[in-house]
Structure formats: structure tokens, C-alpha cells
Design a protein around this ligand. Structure first.
Ligand code: BES
Ligand code: MN
Ligand code: ZN
Length: 499
């Protein structure tokens, strides 16, 4: 959809398919709704009363016909009690608004919802959220259906104008639009890649898509390392996983140099398992299809690089996405196999389903060559993370308190939250092997933590954080689909490095 600013001169001069405005609990109209009501001689108040719509958070009422046809429809959105409105409920009401707007048949609309007072939210934040949530509400993945459910292009909702009343708001709104559009596009890219099935989105396909993203931005260079390159480098741990599948692996390297010189990049690493059947330690069959989402970390890193390039952030960002399948095969890892990682550390593979860390450890070692300011890896790493934290926050671990704090704050601001878990030295005990330097699993206790602790052994020389997105990268059940997380988190972290 297309978003732009509309400066309000007077209500009489405004024409639109649908005007979106808020009203509070007990039918108390918000600023714009009150002004319209006056212009319409109390019509809105009368209809709300007639239909006894209370104004609970997310209530919607579409007034589908109006006497003067310049404003063809009005969509009233419930804001709840003024004192209870917060950032979470604001996002919820935006979700209801786009749902009702889509059903209204309007092709374009004017929104005033960013005029609502929300604690700790400025106008650019509110506009950014509007765009992110409207885009998510309008998202469909139907490219693989023979008859897409989409309405024809000419009948589709395609244009949103955001009404502002003064020059001061205009500048803040413009910033919100710019960031909102870039982040929403990064999320859409990540979702589209993630929702594709494993037979289409293979490591080679993912690499091609990253290259395509690179072609769209002058300062973004994309290199693809193939199996021979990965072998040449000495990534024995990564390679041991990809050898168990017929699809050759890729290491996607995206380099965005936006700063004056090439120093101190922020390195983002994303797990890119295009399918994880578990290998010889095969997974149970229930919901195994969802393991096509085991590349969501990689997709979100590709998305975040696209955001950095789109916003032309004046900093250096490197994206590294190791991509492979994890399948059972004659050439697959066997429990008990010992491999040598790029760092030189040997790893006893006690469970072939703990494969993500076997890719990530080699790429963490590889990241050192960039002399990074910080390294952040994102991965659908452990089912245990869902047990520990549920599906609202991602888990975060790391070796630097300041970096973990920055990410926590970025997550709060971007509404893509993380919650920290410890990876203390004491946990190292669980990773001891009788035969190698490290075991790749740490037993039944604290599975998310021992995975993070495992990775920390390869991240000793730089500031590092690990984000476990097992519970947040996609939705399971009836609404199955990728969420585009943690693109907002990563984007906000990068934006914060500049501002
Ligand atoms: N990709 C999975 C983790 C996962 C499972 C994420 C389910 C989301 C939902 C990962 O490769 C894996 O299989 N991890 C194992 C680790 C275990 C063998 C120590 C797990 O979580 O069971
Ligand atoms: Mn696995
Ligand atoms: Zn996996």
C-alpha cells in the first residue's frame, strides 16, 4: 500500500473513500470524530447511541453512507477508556481498524488514529505502527494458489493518507512513514521467504533472493559462498550438517557499508535451515511441516539488511546466513560423530537435531574477520525456548550486558520484545564430552540456555548476543504463517546506533 501525509485544511475540502477516526469508552468522540460529528450535525453520536456501540478497545462501526459524498464512509474505532490506553492496546485497535477497513470495500482511506494520546508514544512511532500493522493486516501469502483469493488489483485497498494538522507534525510523520514503510517491507520480504515450502526455498534459492535484494541497493554487496568455499574455509561443523542432504549449502554474505569508512560493522547472523527434519535423530512427524520455518532467522537478517540499505543508515552492517537442510541420509551426521569446527574446537554430535548451533558456531568464528562492533545471531534454535517463555518474547543471551540492554530496549520500542536468560559458566559443565572438546547438547535441563552457552564458546573475542526466535518467528495453528519477527527488533537496534 502507498502511504502519504495529508495536511488538514478543513473537513469540507477532504475527500476520501473512508475516514478512520477514534472514539473512547461511553461513546466519547476523539478530536477528529468530534469535529466530523459537528459538521454532520450530530449524526455520528446518534448512530453510536442507536447501535449502542460502547467504545471498547477495538470496537468498530462502519458508517457506510453519508449525506454529502465527499467523505464516502466513516470507520469509527473504539479506543477504550482514555486512562487505560497503552501501546499494546493501540496496536490491537490498529489491527481491528485494518480488518474493518479491508471489509469496507474502500480503495483508499484517510486515517487520524495517530492523533490519539498514547503514553510513551510520539507521532512518528504511532505512524510507524500504523504502517506495520496495516501492512501485516493486508498481507496474504497466496502465490502458490492457482486462484489467488485476492480481489482484483483495481478493487484493492491501495492508498492510505495520514492526516496531520500542522508543519511540526508533518516532519515527525514523514519520519514515521519512512521507517514504517522500510520496516514493513523488510518484514514482508522475511515473511514471503519464510512461508515458502522447503522444496522451493532451498539454500540455493534463498541465496538467489539475497542477491536480488543486493541488486536493489547500491551500497549493499552480496556474495554467495558455495559448498567448495565452505569446505575451503574449514567449516567442518557447518558442512557436516549439509552433507546429509542433496541440496548443497550456501553461506550468504551481505555487506552494507553506509559509514564513511569500513570499520566496526554490526554483524547479524541468521540461522537458515530451509528444512529441519532432525537428521538421524529424526523429529516426530506431528507439525514437522513447520520446520520449513527453520530459516526464519536467516530471512529476518536478509530483511534487516534491506531495511538498513533502504533507510541509508550511516553505519556498516554485515549479514551472514548459513543455509542448509537437515535430513536423514547415508551421508548424514550420526549420533556420536565428532567434527572439527572452523575455530579448531572439536564437537561430539550427540543429537543430530541440535544442528543450528553446528552452523552458527562456524559462522561466529567467521564473523571475527570483520573486527565487528557487535555480533548478533538470530535463530529458531530450541523448542525449549517456547516452553520457557511462550510465544510473546524471543529469548536473548549474550556476553555483554550493554548489548543485551540495547537489544532489550530496541525490542520494547519496536514492539518486538526479548527477555534475557543467563548463560553462566556453571552451564558449561552440561556441555562436557568424554571424546571431544564440546558436546552439541546439554541434556534435558535449560535447553535454550545450554544452546546459548554452546555458542558463547565461539564468541569470546567480540561483543555478542544470541536471540532465540523459536517462539516468535511464526504462528502455529489456524493462523499458521511467518510473523516477520525479529525484523523490527534488528532494524530498531540499527536505527538506535545512529540516533
Ligand atoms: N529448529 C529446531 C528448534 C525448534 C523446534 C524451533 C521446534 C521451533 C519449534 C532445532 O534445530 C532443534 O531441533 N532443536 C532441538 C535441540 C535438542 C535436540 C537439544 C530441540 O529443540 O528439540
Ligand atoms: Mn533441529
Ligand atoms: Zn533447527
Amino acid at each position: 500500500m502507498d502511504y502519504s501525509i495529508k495536511l488538514l485544511e478543513n473537513w469540507g475540502a477532504l475527500d476520501t473513500d473512508c475516514l478512520i477516526a477514534g472514539f473512547y469508552h461511553k461513546r466519547k468522540l476523539g478530536t477528529s470524530a468530534a469535529q466530523l460529528d459537528e459538521k454532520l450535525s450530530g449524526l455520528l453520536s446518534r448512530i453510536l447511541k442507536r447501535d449502542s456501540v460502547e467504545g471498547k478497545i477495538g470496537d468498530t462501526l462502519l458508517i457506510n453512507h453519508l449525506p454529502d459524498e465527499q467523505i464516502q464512509r466513516i470507520l469509527l474505532v473504539g479506543l477504550g477508556k482514555k486512562e487505560e490506553l497503552n501501546r499494546t492496546s493501540y496496536r490491537k485497535l490498529l489491527g481491528e481498524a485494518i480488518h474493518a477497513l479491508k471489509a469496507s470495500h474502500a480503495k483508499q482511506a484517510v486515517s487520524t488514529l495517530h492523533e490519539i494520546d498514547v503514553p510513551d508514544a510520539c507521532i512518528s512511532w504511532k505512524i510507524r505502527q500504523t504502517i506495520e500493522i496495516f501492512e501485516a493486516g493486508n498481507y496474504r501469502f497466496d502465490q502458490l494458489k492457482t486462484t489467488p483469493e485476492n480481489t482484483s488489483p483495481e478493487n484493492r485497498l491501495s492508498k492510505i493518507r495520514l492526516l496531520v494538522s500542522g508543519i511540526k507534525d508533518e516532519a515527525a510523520a514523514a519520519k514515521g512513514i519512512k521507517q514504517g514503510e522500510a520496516i514493513a517491507a523488510g518484514m514482508k520480504l522475511a515473511k514471503d521467504l519464510s512461508n515458502l515450502p522447503g522444496n522451493i526455498c532451498t539454500p540455493a534459492y534463498l541465496a538467489e533472493q539475497a542477491q536480488k535484494v543486493g541488486k536493489g541497493h547500491k551500497k549493499l554487496k552480496v556474495k554467495i559462498l558455495d559448498e567448495a568455499d565452505i569446505e575451503q574455509l574449514g567449516m567442518g561443523s557447518f558442512l557436516s550438517v549439509s552433507r546429509g542432504s542433496r541440496q548443497p549449502p550456501r553461506l550468504i554474505v551481505m555487506e552494507y557499508y553506509g559509514a564513511a569508512d569500513k570499520t566496526g560493522p554490526h554483524v547479524l547472523i541468521g540461522k537458515g535451515l530451509t528444512f529441519d527434519a532432525g537428521g538421524i535423530s529424526i523429529k516426530p512427524s506431528a507439525n514437522m511441516d513447520e520446520m520449513k520455518y527453520d530459516m526464519c532467522g536467516g530471512a529476518s537478517v536478509i530483511g534487516a539488511l534491506a531495511v538498513a540499505a533502504e533507510l541509508e543508515l550511516p553505519l556498516n552492517v554485515i549479514g551472514l546466513v548459513p543455509s542448509s537442510e537437515n535430513l536423514p541420509d547415508g551421508n548424514a551426521n550420526k549420533p556420536g560423530d565428532i567434527v572439527t569446527s572452523l575455530s579448531g574446537l572439536t564437537i561430539e554430535i550427540l543429537n543430530t537435531d541440535a544442528e543450528g548451533r553446528l552452523l552458527l558456531c562456524d559462522v561466529l568464528t567467521y564473523a571475527k574477520r570483520y573486527e565487528p562492533a557487535a555480533v548478533i545471531d538470530v535463530a529458531t534454535l530450541t523448542g525449549a525456548c517456547i516452553v520457557a517463555l511462550g510465544r510473546h518474547p524471543s529469548g536473548i543471551m549474550g556476553n555483554d550486558d550493554d548489548l543485551c540492554r540495547q537489544l532489550t530496549e530496541a525490542g520494547e520500542h519496536a514492539c518486538d520484545r526479548v527477555w534475557r536468560l543467563p548463560i553462566w559458566e556453571e552451564y558449561q559443565e552440561q556441555l562436557k564430552s568424554n571424546f571431544a572438546d564440546l558436546a552439541n547438547i546439554g541434556g534435558p535441563d535449560g535447553g535454550t540456555i545450554t544452546a546459548g552457552r554452546f555458542l558463547s564458546n565461539f564468541a569470546k573475542e567480540f561483543k555478542w548476543a544470541h536471540v532465540d526466535i523459536a517462539g516468535t518467528a511464526w504462528k502455529t495453528g489456524k493462523e499458521k504463517g511467518a510473523t516477520g519477527r525479529p525484523v523490527p527488533l534488528l532494524s530498531q537496534y540499527l536505527i538506535d546506533q545512529v540516533e
